[in-house]
Design a protein. Structure first.
Length: 41
């Protein structure tokens, strides 16, 4: 039973990492995409 909290924490950290990477990508593309000449279709 003591393995469940560790698994939950690992899943939460993994989800947070994915969310942070996605949010970072949106900020970079959203803020600087047009200036760099990138057009979203």
């Amino acid at each position: 039973m003591d393995g469940a909290p560790r698994h939950l924490l690992g899943s939460a950290l993994r989800a947070l990492k994915v969310f942070a990477e996605a949010a970072f990508g949106v900020v970079i593309l959203g803020e600087y995409g047009e200036e760099a000449g990138i057009r979203r279709v």
